[in-house]
Design a protein around this ligand. Structure first.
Ligand code: ADE
Length: 224
């Protein structure tokens, strides 16, 4: 999978994909993340990418032309499954949406800034708008990094069997059960006996019950 991210702050996206699972995904050739500096597509001398809004009002608006030029340039090189705009008023990112996006080959993600982007970009160039939660970030970069991480780890081959994404929280509308590691006793705090029993069926049953109980307590809406 290839993901092209368009941003005015490429520096913000230097680190998130250079470690751990995202780094492995890149090394295995399963995920390529390419970050584009929007200013490189400005036709103006000052490399301007934003302007005052028509009708007045505080806050600058991202201009059409650099974004259109950047997206068009990418589209001449390959076909994209979605052109995504990160926005607090977009569709909420869920595990289900991450699963769906992980099946695609090529994605563009546009990060917003300032007051937002010229509405005509949303009307004519964007195919999907995604929010990572009901709060406002200063820009779409961190939200884009969240999407790439959530999607990237689902690409077949990125995780090995022991870390199978199928057992993640939310995959079956349940929160994952608690986990423990050595030592089996610390400060008088004990690991549940069943996990030390070696009895696979009992362990499975215990994990399922714990997941159900946790979901009931913490996120009952998932069970509806
Ligand atoms: N840009 C600013 N806030 C955002 C959010 N919550 N989700 C996605 N993009 C954003």
């Amino acid at each position: 999978m290839r993901i092209d991210i368009i941003t005015v702050l490429p520096e913000l996206l230097e680190s998130p994909f250079s470690h751990s699972i995202m780094k492995r995904a890149a090394e295995k050739g399963l995920l390529e993340v390419v970050v584009h500096n929007l200013r490189d597509y400005s036709v103006q001398k000052q490399k301007q990418v934003d302007d005052y809004q028509f009708g007045g009002g505080a806050g600058m608006v991202m201009m059409i032309e650099p974004i259109d030029r950047c997206i068009n340039n990418l589209k001449t090189q390959r076909t994209y499954d979605e052109v995504i705009y990160m926005s607090p008023d977009g569709e909420l990112l869920t595990q289900k949406l991450a699963n769906r996006l992980s099946l695609y080959q090529n994605l563009i993600i546009l990060c917003g800034h300032y007051k937002g982007i010229d509405e005509r970009i949303r009307e004519h160039l964007i195919t999907r708008e995604i929010s990572i939660g009901d709060y406002v970030l200063s820009g779409g970069e961190l939200a884009a990094a969240v999407v790439v991480d959530a999607v990237g780890r689902l690409i077949p081959g990125v995780l090995n069997n022991e870390m199978s994404a199928l057992e993640d929280s939310f995959q079956d509308n349940l929160i994952a059960p608690p986990v423990y590691t050595r030592p089996a006793e610390y400060n008088g705090w004990h690991v549940p006996e069943v996990l030390l029993s070696g009895h696979t069926a009992n362990i499975e049953k215990w994990r399922y019950e714990q997941a159900l109980e946790r979901t009931q307590q913490r996120r009952p809406n998932l069970l509806k």
